[in-house]
Ligand binder design. Sequence first.
Ligand code: UD1
Length: 423
Amino acid sequence: MEDKFIIEGGIRLKGDVRISGSKNACLPVLAASLLTTEKCVISGVPRLADVRTMIRMLTELGAQIGVQGSQVTVQARELQKTGQLQQYARKMRASFLLMGPVLARQGEACMALPGGCAIGKRPVDLHLKGLAALGAEIRIERGFVKATARQLQGAEIVLDFPSVGATENIMMASACARGTTTLVNAAAEPEIVDLADFLNKMGAEVTGAGTRVIRIKGNPSLQGAVHTVIPDRIEAGTYLAAAVATGGELRLSRVVPDHLRSMIEKFREAGVCIEEGNDELFVSAPQELRPLNISTSPYPGFPTDMQPQFAAILTTAAGTSRITENIFENRFLYTDELVRMGASIEVTGSTAVIRGVRGLRPACVKATDLRAGAALVIAALKAWGETEICGVYHLDRGYEDLEEKLGGLGCRIRRVTEQAANL
Ligand code: UD1
């Protein structure tokens, strides 16, 4: 039974929305809590399918988990082998984040290679090169990666590309290695800084997180830590886009405006009024959007995870916009669905050219991945009439309480199961 969303578009969103803790920050922090035998207390953890998957994996590895609202406690006194986790690896690429911590803690780790996904091939070669540089012996056999290391040793590692996941895996493994690791061309996303903060609380010495060079002085006996994950900048950006799509007005609370800098600049360039508070943002949409040129790049550049949502709002801009995707090779699948709703989009190679049309019309559309789903929700909010979106499980991976939050802003959205939809 698969859930669908039915959204009635054409309603201006208005009100307040509180942003949840970041999915992409809490997944590595949960994985890192395996690095100690002591208890870790993590707050601001969103209730999401990906988080549940990570918690299930930690449990299978032998960790004791407690969940109370948005607070999760993890205590991994003893760990089991990782062999039984293959089923999760196919479900969620972020499961590979357990490689570094389990290897560091156990001296060996075995994980299924994460498969390709709807947005691209997404190999893990950079993760593995980094772990090998720290002294791990890596073997790939029948779709599994086996890593062994008696004692990880700090090293200088230069990444060919500032991969977020590789940076996190290497940081976690080197946090309890002997000696110092220098990671050059590291990812600088806010989620990396959050992981560094957590590792520092555990007793590692991580400096330079948020820049391209990170130094990690390892500590073989890391301790428990108490941490609150940062707000989800992509969720925040998605609600800003939803407000803009409907000509609405919103106040977002529990945000870090600086984490959204490149998005805020693009919204403003399009004519959107955004005011910033300490941990809040106020957005009010213009009558008509100006077209934009957007090119995705690693942080602090424009995030790939926001390009589908911008594409959705630009479908009715006053002119022609261009979006160039530089991170993933196949991230325009959602444009076919937007075209079914009346958008004019042509994709050539890594660039989508979006010619603004007067309005979108409702249709039955399918989410192919998480952010594609967000783009379709935004398009549905614009289209007059009822749009049906299937593939809602993708949205459940990354947006906490989506119906409740949108409903609270005046949106008419309901979830139906396949059977109910056929009645
Ligand atoms: C993370 C985010 C995801 C976001 C992405 C880019 C999590 C759980 N997910 O994914 O939402 O879209 O960052 O901001 O935090 N690559 C390689 N070899 C590697 C690793 C990556 O070639 O070993 C390539 C990938 O195929 C991709 C690019 O590098 O083309 C970026 O990937 P990466 O930064 O690693 O993204 P993830 O960590 O998977």
